[in-house]
Design a protein around this ligand. Sequence first.
Ligand code: PEP
Length: 243
Amino acid sequence: MSTRLPLVVANWKLNGDRDLLTNMVERLDTLNAEQVEAVICPPFVYLSEDTASIQKGAQNIASQESGAFTGEISGRMLRDVGCYYVIVGHSERRALFGETDDIVAEKVKATLSAGLIPIICVGETDEERENGETLTVITRQVKAVLDVLPSFSDSIVFAYEPVWAIGTGKTASCEQAEDVHNEIRQILAGYNHELANTTRILYGGSVNPGNSKELFGSDNIDGGLIGGASLDVDSFMTICENA
Ligand code: PEP
């Protein structure tokens, strides 16, 4: 039995509003914090809202600390408004905004140096899985971050999100997800055993109230990163209760 506290993270992407945040926080506040940690990652403009005991996360971070970088938000600013987590390297940022493994690694460093916890997303495309390259891709993406990690005592979170399962309604089977999660834990163990034991590895990709219980029942799946289903209060609440 793992001692890692399950973590369930809502990734609202470019969706949601203040009312949804208020309603979501009111419900999540009734969860037993000793059984599950729920986090909301709304768009930047809502990060300074009061969310009671519910932690907030950003969906992105600048790799720079300050300067002439129009439109960017730094780690210090995120911390200043009470943000605790940062999603780094989401597949949409990798595919649509050109974030390479090197950029993701820089953003992880920026997150940690601001005292925030990165939720590092990794995952293969449909084509990569078809070509039998899943583990090669995951290993490359995970190592790119671990190779630049300033300290192995820093708290980090990984999210395995197969790109073919994000927003598509297709979910990885428990066996497919558990295989990759186990692989990620082995890679972590190659760097530091304590890190491998304590790091939470989330699954993301069309998680919903119906499939979450089975997925979260796997040994190495410590919760979820939830997109579409996190925009509905009842659905997200049920997913948290299933963790
Ligand atoms: C995500 O965007 O991180 C995600 C997992 O989305 P969805 O749950 O909609 O597949």
